[in-house]
Design a protein around this ligand. Structure first.
Ligand code: HEM
Length: 398
C-alpha cells in the first residue's frame, strides 16, 4: 500500500487516512516514512496505541525540545522561538512552566467556567436561530472557543475572533493560501497583541486568567514577557481549532449515524458524556505530534538511532483493535473509552482538556435541545492540513 500520512491534499479530500493506519498497524507498526527533502530526512511513523503511550510517557528518551513537535523541523530561528512554548519543552523546564500556568486549568476550575460558557453558547445559537441555515463552522463552532479564550483572558470578544482568524492562517500548510511571510505576520500580530494584554492586565488587574498568568509566582519565579506571549499564542492555537473541529466532526458523526443521534436525543443528559468521548476518539482532531530520540533505542524490535524522529498518529491509536472493540463503529455509549485524542499521557497531556470537555458538553446540549432537527445543508469543505484533521466549512439547515 502506498503510504503518506502527512499529505494535506489527502486530508483535504478525505480526512484521516484510516485505511493506511489500519494497514500499518497490521503490517508495519514502526514504519520508516518519507517526507519532502525540505521538511526532514524521514521519520518513524508509530501507529499502535501502546507504542504511542510509551513514547508520550518517556520524555527523557523522546524529546519535545530537541527539534520541536511539528513536522517539518523548524529552522534554528524558529526552533528558538518555539521552545518558548511548553509544548516544545522537556522536564525539568516543562515542570517549572506547568507549575506557573496550571492554576487556571485544574479539573476543579473548569466547571466554574460553565455558566459563562453557557451564556456564550446561548448567544451564539440566538444569533443564527432565526435564519434557518448557516455555516456551522464559522458561525457556531468557531465562535465558541474564540469567545471563550477572550472571556478567559478578559478581552473583548471581537478580539478573540481576529485571533482565531490568525490561527487558521498558521495551521494551513498550503503555501498558496498562506505563504511563509503571511504566516510570520500572523504570528507577529498575535505576539504583539499578547503583550498588550499583559501590559493592560498589569495596570488593571481583574478576575481573569491573563491576570493570574502575569502575576503567577512560584518561589520568586515568574513568566517573562516572551514566555507570556508564547503561552498566549499556544492557548489560542491549541484551544481554538481543536475544539471547533471536534464540534463540527461530532455533528457530522450524528448526521451519519441517525440511530446514535436518536439514542442521544432520547437522553441528552445521561448520554452526552460518553458521546463526547466517542466523538473525540472517532474524529481525533489533532492528528499527530513528533518527538526526537535522544539515545539509540528499540521499538517493537525495530532499532531507532539517536537523532531520529518518531511521529505519533493519535487517530490510528484511537482505532487500534487491540484496545478498542469494534474500533470503526461509532458507539456513543462506549465505556470505558481510553482514547488518546488529548495525548497519550505523560507531561504534555492536554492542559485544556477539562475546559474543552465543558465547552463541548455545553454546546452540544444547546444544539441538541434547541436545534434538534439540524441537518446537512450542502457539501463540507475540509481543512488543507495534515496536522489538524478538520473542517473549514459545513453548511447546515434547521
Ligand atoms: C477538542 C479539543 C482539544 C484537543 C483534541 C486537544 C488536543 C491536544 C493534544 C493532542 C495535545 C498534546 C498532548 C501531548 O503531547 O501529549 C494538547 C496539548 C495542549 N493543549 Fe489541548 N486539545 C484540545 C483543547 C484544548 C483547549 C480548549 C486548550 C486551552 C484552553 C488546550 C490547551 C493545550 C495546551 C496548553 C497544550 C500543551 C500542554 C503541554 O505541552 O504541557 N487544548 N492538546
Amino acid at each position: 500500500m502506498e503510504i503518506d500520512l502527512i499529505s494535506p491534499e489527502y486530508f483535504a479530500a478525505h480526512g484521516h487516512p484510516w485505511e493506511q493506519y489500519a494497514w500499518l498497524r497490521e503490517n508495519a507498526p514502526v514504519f520508516w516514512h518519507h517526507e519532502p527533502a525540505e521538511s526532514g530526512p524521514g521519520f518513524w511513523a508509530l501507529t499502535k496505541y501502546e507504542d504511542i503511550r510509551a513514547v508520550s510517557r518517556t520524555p527523557k528518551l523522546f524529546s519535545s525540545f530537541e527539534k520541536g513537535v511539528m513536522i517539518p523541523d523548524p529552522d534554528e530561528g524558529n526552533l528558538f522561538a518555539q521552545r518558548q512554548m511548553m509544548l516544545n519543552m522537556d522536564p525539568p523546564q516543562h515542570d517549572r512552566f506547568k507549575l506557573l500556568v496550571s492554576r487556571g486549568f485544574t479539573p476543579k476550575n473548569a466547571p466554574l467556567l460553565r455558566p459563562r460558557i453557557e451564556e456564550l453558547a446561548r448567544e451564539i445559537v440566538d444569533s443564527v436561530i432565526e435564519k434557518g441555515h448557516c455555516d456551522f463552522v464559522s458561525e457556531i463552532a468557531g465562535r465558541l472557543p474564540s469567545g471563550l479564550i477572550a472571556e478567559l483572558m478578559g478581552m473583548p470578544r471581537a478580539d478573540g475572533e481576529r485571533l482565531y482568524d490568525l490561527t487558521e492562517i498558521m495551521h494551513t500548510n498550503d503555501d498558496a493560501i498562506a505563504p511563509p511571510e503571511v504566516k510570520m505576520a500572523a504570528i507577529g500580530e498575535m505576539l504583539g497583541y499578547a503583550q498588550s494584554v499583559a501590559d493592560f492586565k498589569r495596570q488593571n488587574p481583574a478576575d481573569d486568567l491573563a491576570t493570574v498568568l502575569v502575576n503567577a509566582e512560584v518561589d520568586g519565579d515568574r513568566l517573562t514577557d516572551a514566555e507570556f506571549q508564547w503561552f498566549f499564542l499556544l492557548l489560542v492555537n491549541a484551544g481554538g481549532d481543536t475544539t471547533r473541529n471536534l464540534l463540527a466532526a461530532g455533528l457530522q458523526l450524528l448526521f451519519d449515524n441517525p440511530d446514535q443521534r436518536q439514542m442521544l436525543l432520547a437522553d441528552v443528559d445521561g448520554r452526552l458524556g460518553t458521546a463526547i468521548e466517542e466523538m473525540l476518539r472517532f474524529s481525533s482532531p489533532v492528528s499527530h505530534f513528533k518527538r526526537t530520540v535522544m539515545e539509540d533505542t528499540v521499538i517493537r524490535g525495530q532499532k531507532i538511532a539517536a537523532g531520529d524522529r518518531v511521529v505519533m498518529f493519535y487517530g490510528s491509536a484511537n482505532r487500534d483493535e487491540e484496545i478498542f472493540e469494534r474500533p470503526d463503529e461509532f458507539d456513543i455509549l462506549r465505556d470505558p473509552n481510553p482514547h488518546v485524542a488529548f495525548g497519550a499521557g505523560g507531561p504534555h497531556l492536554c492542559l485544556g482538556m477539562h475546559v474543552a470537555r465543558v465547552e463541548l458538553a455545553v454546546m452540544f446540549r444547546e444544539l441538541l435541545t434547541r436545534l434538534p432537527h439540524m441537518e446537512p445543508g450542502g457539501p463540507v469543505e475540509r481543512m488543507h492540513s495534515s496536522f489538524i484533521a478538520g473542517v473549514h466549512a459545513m453548511p447546515v439547515r434547521y
